[in-house]
Design a protein around this ligand. Structure first.
Ligand code: F6R
Length: 361
C-alpha cells in the first residue's frame, strides 16, 4: 500500500498535488465557490477556530486569511485550553473545528462545549463518518484520502485549502470581496497543485540538506505573517519524527529572547516568500547571520537572488501569490523533517510516544 515508497509519509507528501486538486475541484465549480447552502457568514462577527497540533496550525494560518480577505475577527484556540478558559461566545460567532481524524478527544469536547453557545458549528475533517463530523452543524470534508503516517502532511495542506475557501466565502458574504478578486483567488488556487508538484520535486535538495540538519541538536524556524504558523509547523514536524529539538518563532520575536540560542551550531530555517514582509524577515535573518547562525533560506528565485548571499543553504521554491504561500511552503517543511528522520534512522511513520488519533484528553 506504500505504492513503492519507503514510508507512508513519503507517499502522502507526494500525493499532495493530486489530493489538493481533488479537494479544490470538489469546492470550486465553473469559477464559483461550491459550499453548502447552510453556510452563511452574513450575520457573523467572529470566527472561533479550535483544533490540536498541526490542525491548530492550519487554523493559525487561516486567521490571517479571515482577517485579510474577509475583515472578520478570528480567534484560534488549542482545543485542550478552549473549554477551560470561559471563551466569550455569542449567537454571532461561527465556530470551526478542524481535525484530520475527527476523533480527537479535546477537539470533540470543545465542539460539545460550543454547541449551544454559538450561531453555527462547522467541522473541517478528513474522516466524514467521524464523531466531530457527525456532531457538528455542518461538516466539510477535506478529501485528502486516508492518512496513515502519524505526522500529518496531506491533511494539513487540504485543511488549508478548505479554510482558504471559507475565508473567500466569508469575504463574499460580508460584501468585502469583489467578484473580480474572488476570481483572482480562485485562479491562484487552481495553479497550486502544479506549484506543489514542483515543491515535491525538491526532495533530493532537501535530502541533501537533511544530512546536515540530522547532526544538529537544535533547529529554529522563522517566518512572519501567515508564514509564522508555518515556522511552527516546520518545527513540530521535525521534532516529532526526528526527535531533534526545534522551535518556530515569529521572525520579529527572535531578538526578544530566542536569539540567545543562536551560534554556529544552530541551523535556522527562514521561510520567506517575497511578500510585503520579505525585507523585514530578511533583516531578522541577517541578525542570525551576524551571530554565525547557519541560515537555510526558503524563498522564490527572486528572493533567493536578492537575499541569498552568504547564507548557509538555499531552497528555491516557485513564485506563489503571498496569500497561498503557506500551502506551498508546507511541502519543503515536510520533506526536510522526513529526510532528516530518514537520515537519523528513526521510525518515520510511527514515531515514539505518538498516536495517529488522540482519543484521550
Ligand atoms: C502532527 C500531528 C498532530 C495532529 C493532532 C490533531 O503531525 O499529526 O499534531 O495534527 O494530533 O489530530 P487531528 O487532526 O486528527 O484532530
Amino acid at each position: 500500500e506504500k505504492a513503492g515508497y519507503r514510508h507512508f509519509m513519503a507517499k502522502e507528501i507526494a500525493e499532495q498535488p493530486v489530493v489538493l486538486a481533488d479537494a479544490l475541484k470538489h469546492y470550486i465549480g465553473g469559477g464559483r465557490l461550491n459550499l453548502p447552502e447552510g453556510l452563511d457568514f452574513t450575520g457573523v462577527d467572529r470566527v472561533v477556530m479550535v483544533a490540536c497540533g498541526t490542525a491548530n496550525l492550519a487554523c493559525q494560518v487561516a486567521k490571517y486569511w479571515f482577517e485579510q480577505i474577509a475583515g472578520l475577527a478570528c480567534d484560534v484556540d488549542i482545543a485542550s485550553e478552549f473549554r477551560y478558559r470561559d471563551p466569550v461566545l455569542s449567537d454571532r460567532s461561527l465556530a470551526v473545528f478542524v481535525s484530520q481524524s475527527g476523533e480527537t478527544a479535546d477537539t470533540l469536547a470543545a465542539l460539545r462545549h460550543a454547541q449551544d453557545r454559538v450561531a453555527q458549528t462547522l467541522a473541517v475533517v478528513n474522516v466524514p463518518t467521524s464523531s466531530i463530523a457527525r456532531e457538528s452543524g455542518l461538516a466539510l470534508p477535506i478529501l485528502a484520502g486516508v492518512e496513515v503516517g502519524v505526522a500529518s502532511t496531506k491533511a494539513f495542506t487540504c485543511q488549508l485549502a478548505v479554510l482558504a475557501l471559507l475565508a473567500l466565502k466569508a469575504g463574499r458574504d460580508r460584501g468585502v470581496l469583489s467578484e473580480e478578486r474572488l476570481a483572482g483567488h480562485l485562479a491562484a488556487l487552481a495553479n497550486l497543485p502544479g506549484l506543489l508538484n514542483h515543491a515535491v520535486g525538491l526532495g533530493e535538495d532537501l535530502a541533501a540538506l537533511a544530512v546536515d540538519i540530522a547532526r544538529a541538536r537544535d533547529v529554529l524556524f522563522l517566518g512572519r505573517g501567515a508564514m509564522y504558523p508555518l515556522a511552527l509547523e516546520g518545527a513540530l514536524k521535525l521534532k516529532e519524527i526526528s526527535y531533534i529539538h526545534a522551535e518556530g518563532y515569529a521572525a520579529g520575536e527572535l531578538k526578544h529572547g530566542p536569539i540567545a540560542l543562536v551560534d554556529a551550531s544552530v541551523p535556522v530555517v527562514v521561510m520567506a516568500p517575497r511578500d510585503a514582509l520579505f525585507d523585514k524577515t530578511v533583516s531578522n535573518m541577517q541578525e542570525v547571520m551576524a551571530r554565525a547562525g547557519k541560515v537555510v533560506l526558503m524563498s522564490d528565485p527572486q528572493g533567493v537572488a536578492q537575499a541569498g548571499e552568504g547564507v548557509w543553504r538555499t531552497i528555491t521554491l516557485p513564485e506563489v501569490p503571498p496569500l497561498l504561500a503557506p500551502i506551498l511552503y508546507a511541502v519543503p517543511a515536510q520533506l526536510l523533517a522526513y529526510h532528516t528522520a530518514v537520515a537519523k534512522g528513526t521510525d518515520v511513520d510511527q514515531p515514539r510516544n505518538l498516536a495517529k488519533s488522540v482519543t484521550v484528553e
